[in-house]
Write a protein that binds this ligand. Structure first.
Ligand code: FUB
Length: 454
């Protein structure tokens, strides 16, 4: 593994064209405010969602999306898990939330604006990590000026906490039902100072420390870490640590500078441990057409120093270089399981679920680290088309790499009339990156729901 990394580094400095893109990790939508959660061996990534059309030059955000991965390089799109419309009392602004599992249920804490004005934090519940989620209490869990960006954490003794806020930082103890908080303990407001939440050089809005918003709680070796955007706008990422979940906090350092190339004026941390590694999720504005109101989630590995401190993390285009497991092409794989794609969108319908759409000539999907194991001779794909259709070129290792086969897609009588198309493929073995390159005439060619080798 290490040798492969060194080789990649050498090759990429000699031939910059060879550096592959893994960041941003979702290319079919603009995503922001990553909130990863590990459950049952899978990483679920909840994101807020910048709409393709920004209204009034401000955040235009209506719902929260969910993705998942078992290898940290291919991400499966599960569609929208929750919308501000699911909170009858909300008028919009679906900003940064976090989902957590407890006692067989998933609790999703999100900030929205209320119909009667003002910020509030709502809580939605579901039996499944991918939703659908429903408003759990029919009213805000908490409301007040600056009540945004909740992070939720369950400590080893089972006590749950929620931190949130901009420009202030507050926390509560959540009750065991996860739907109310300990009113006797109350709403605790942190005193923000240089020594606990960093020195702020840009003095605005009477802010007294670098802390800005978007806290994320994480625990490692009995040390509690609070990660947060810091230093004013444009935001860096920084962290503070404490021996206890409720402080006192000591300022750590900046872990990610303001992103210059393809940056956005906000950033937002989300940290998890998965399969022996620790990862920092964040966002930038690097997708085509991207920017401050059209952001995209990225991920980098985090290394801890021996004393628990964290060195500066460079935002990269390569992101996670090594997948942590391989993908089996002989099980049915959702077409919306993607390491990288160009030109595509995903959509959802009640019968089919999420599928890949807006497929035009020359668009493609890359799926990384596919272990062909036993040699396959056939490929099948579930597709639909109301137009002339087209072809799926099945290639390995690069977008113009070895051609394994061509799967023809004809008109199926409607965009929601799905059929399974089968084609012969050249036998291959070993681990490869797999490419589906779409070919055809003008306009939208077909939709693509799932695929499988046999
Ligand atoms: O995404 C809207 C807001 O921007 C979030 O709530 C903040 O954390 C910042 O990322």
């Amino acid at each position: 593994m290490k040798n492969k990394n060194v080789l990649l580094l050498v090759l990429s400095s000699l031939f910059p064209m060879l550096v592959f893109s893994q960041n941003p990790i979702v290319q079919t939508h603009y995503t922001a405010d990553p909130a990863p959660m590990v459950h049952d061996g899978r990483v679920y990534l909840y994101t807020s969602h910048d709409e393709d059309e920004t209204v009034n030059g401000f955040f235009t955000m209506n719902d929260w999306l969910c993705y998942s991965s078992t290898d940290m390089v291919n991400w499966t799109d599960h569609g929208a898990a929750l919308s501000y419309k699911d909170f009858e009392w909300s008028r919009g602004d679906a900003w940064a939330g976090q989902c957590i599992y407890r006692n067989g249920k998933f609790y999703y804490y999100v900030p929205v604006n209320q119909k009667n004005g003002g910020n509030a934090i709502g809580v939605a519940v579901s039996d499944s990590p991918t939703g659908p989620f429903k408003d759990a209490i029919g009213e805000p869990l908490l409301s007040g000026y600056g009540y945004i960006d909740p992070t939720v954490f369950i400590d080893d003794d089972g006590q749950a906490y929620m931190y949130w806020g901009n420009p202030n930082l507050w926390h509560v103890k959540l009750n065991d039902d996860m739907l109310s908080y300990d009113e006797e303990y109350g709403i605790v407001k942190e005193e923000l100072r240089d020594d606990n939440f960093g020195y702020r050089s840009k003095k605005v809005d009477n802010r007294t420390a670098a802390y800005e918003e978007g806290p994320w709680m994480y625990k490692r070796n009995n040390l509690y870490y609070l990660f947060y955007p810091a230093g004013g706008v444009p935001e860096q990422l920084a962290y503070s640590t404490s021996p206890s979940v409720t402080g006192p906090w000591t300022y750590g350092d900046t872990i990610m500078h303001v992103i210059q190339k393809g940056g956005a004026f906000t950033n937002h941390p989300g940290v998890i441990d998965y399969k022996g590694n620790t990862y920092l999720f964040y966002h930038n504005g690097a997708l085509p057409g991207g920017g401050g109101f059209k952001r995209s989630v990225c991920v980098e590995p985090i290394e801890f120093n021996a004393d628990g401190s964290i060195s500066l993390i460079e935002p990269t285009q390569e992101g996670v270089k090594e997948s942590v497991s391989f993908l089996d092409p002989r099980t049915r794989v959702q077409a919306e399981t993607i390491a990288w794609s160009e030109g595509l969108k995903t959509a959802t319908d009640s019968k089919t679920g999420v599928y890949v759409t807006k497929i035009d000539n020359g668009d493609y999907i890359k799926v990384r680290s596919v272990d062909f194991g036993k040699r396959s001779i056939k490929f099948e794909a579930s597709v639909s088309s109301a137009s002339a259709g087209g072809e799926i070129e099945i290639r390995i290792d690069s977008v113009d790499g070895e051609l394994l086969g061509i799967c023809k897609v004809e008109n199926t009588g409607g965009w929601q009339n799905w059929t399974v198309q089968t084609c012969k493929v050249k036998k291959t073995k070993g681990v490869h990156d797999l490419y589906f390159v779409f070919k055809g005439g003008d306009g939208q060619l077909f939709n693509f729901d799932w695929w499988k080798f046999r």
